[in-house]
Design a protein around this ligand. Structure first.
Ligand code: SF4
Ligand code: SF4
Length: 419
């Protein structure tokens, strides 16, 4: 690595050093409480997957370049130089961490591994050594935001083709558009993923609840966040923020995509609309008597996987249970305290990297498969696309013998008229 590259990367590093980050980098006492917290370490048993050990790769660079002791006595301060070898180490620790933050709830100081790993990911982006596909996907999303006119007609045609399937789940009121798009003055903007499975059930539930809603032109997923690029993350987010402001909606509802929800909720700043997950919206409809569900539709024993970015990191825990109480007769919790639920092992961009990460994802998530099996349930529900993909892969790999279902789609299939 040449000096200019190193200096440029250190500038990026410095830009991440706010008060919280310095606290995370300076506080670890190596108490070891987080040792068993990480599903990767718990499943694979290798020291390098202990969360505090991951921090060290970033912390030693911090000591070398931003602390006096590390600058002048690197051996005493355990400081390390930024070079091609340390960059490779950063790639390994960052892309074996799903950012689930389970370790954070165990750490007595609340040291945030995901935040520390965001330095590693940013340095990889700065050096152009991040997983290229994630940046390409992020750029495609950004491009769509810039040239909507090119995509608009195809998108509208595609949406029109889904209407019959929505009506099969719930007949829309006479004269009402089944899937409204670009509706000025709608109360709620729904941001889906690319794919009918993310639109059809959601549309049926909105129509059943009599919601004044509209569908976003943009897909919710934020590949900028997966790759740890703050500029791309913000540009992808801005497309939705600008659309919500233009349509003057009161609420932006994010589909079953954990990262999209957390990023929108935590990074969109003060806006004239509130941000909700679709799980929260469905729970609200039930509470307000706007929809009703037929419990007899689900005959299986059911367990629920809390997506880390929606539950532990987004605070949406009780809402899923509230829905499940109205939806199933035999619900089995995986853990007494859902905040400590194991990660599925697919977050942080790992599922988006597909086959390339499959072997690691399977090996690193054995504890999740064991946790699901221990419930004895035959249906595994979740509320995140990434989790759904990863859990389906685990189901095949570990022969778990469960049906993996989206919670929102179960809600749509159980709709009955409000009495
Ligand atoms: S629990 Fe917190 S303080 Fe203890 S070793 Fe882990 S990160 Fe460090
Ligand atoms: S954030 Fe999750 S994957 Fe990363 S070290 Fe902590 S427990 Fe492990």
């Amino acid at each position: 690595m040449d000096e200019t590259t190193r200096n440029d990367l250190l500038k990026l590093f410095k830009g991440k050093l706010n008060r919280a980050m310095r606290y995370y980098l300076e506080t670890c006492t190596r108490c070891g409480v987080c040792t068993e917290a990480c599903h990767v370490h718990a499943s694979m048993g290798q020291t390098r997957y202990i969360s505090a050990y991951r921090h060290e790769f970033v912390r030693r660079l911090y000591k070398k370049y931003f602390k006096a002791r590390g600058k002048f006595w690197p051996s005493v301060g355990e400081a390390k130089e930024l070079n091609d070898v340390t960059m490779q180490e950063l790639a390994e620790v960052a892309y074996s961490c799903t950012g689930c933050r389970r370790c954070v709830v165990y750490c007595p100081f609340g040291i945030d591994t995901q935040m520390i790993m965001s330095i590693a990911k940013l340095l990889l982006v700065g050096a152009g050594t991040e997983p290229e596909i994630l940046t390409l996907l992020a750029d495609t999303s950004i491009e769509k935001g810039k040239s909507l006119e090119i995509f608009k007609d195809n998108f509208l045609e595609g949406i029109k083709r889904l209407e019959d399937e929505v009506v099969q789940k719930w007949q829309a009121e006479a004269g009402k558009t089944v899937i409204p798009v670009d509706r000025q003055g709608a109360d709620l903007l729904y941001v889906a993923l690319a794919g009918a499975h993310s639109i059809i059930p959601a549309a049926a539930v909105f129509n059943a609840a009599g919601e004044n809603w509209t569908l976003s032109f943009f897909e919710a997923v934020n590949f900028g966040a997966f790759v740890g690029d703050p500029t791309r993350t913000q540009l992808i987010l801005d497309r939705i923020i600008n659309e919500a402001k233009r349509l003057k909606v009161k609420e932006v509802c994010i589909c079953e995509c954990g990262t999209a929800f957390r990023v929108m909720k935590q990074l969109s700043g003060k806006q004239p609309f509130k941000v909700s997950s679709i799980t929260e919206v469905h729970a609200r409809y039930l509470r307000e008597g706007r929809i009703r569900l037929d419990k007899s539709k689900v005959t299986q024993s059911v367990t629920y996987h809390d997506p880390c970015q929606i539950a532990r990191n987004g605070g949406v825990i009780d809402e899923a249970r509230y829905i499940l109480r109205h939806l199933v007769s035999d619900f089995r919790e995986m853990t007494k305290e859902p905040r400590y639920n194991w990660c599925c092992g697919g977050g942080g961009g790992l599922v988006a990297l597909g086959e390339e990460t499959l072997d690691f994802r399977m090996k690193s998530s054995r504890v999740k498969a064991d946790q699901v099996k221990a419930t004895g349930a035959t249906l595994l529900a979740t509320a995140c696309e990434n989790c759904h993909t990863q859990l389906s892969n685990l189901n095949d790999h570990y022969k778990m013998g469960v049906d993996v279902r989206f919670l929102s789609s179960m809600v749509a299939d159980a709709l009955i008229p409000v009495a």
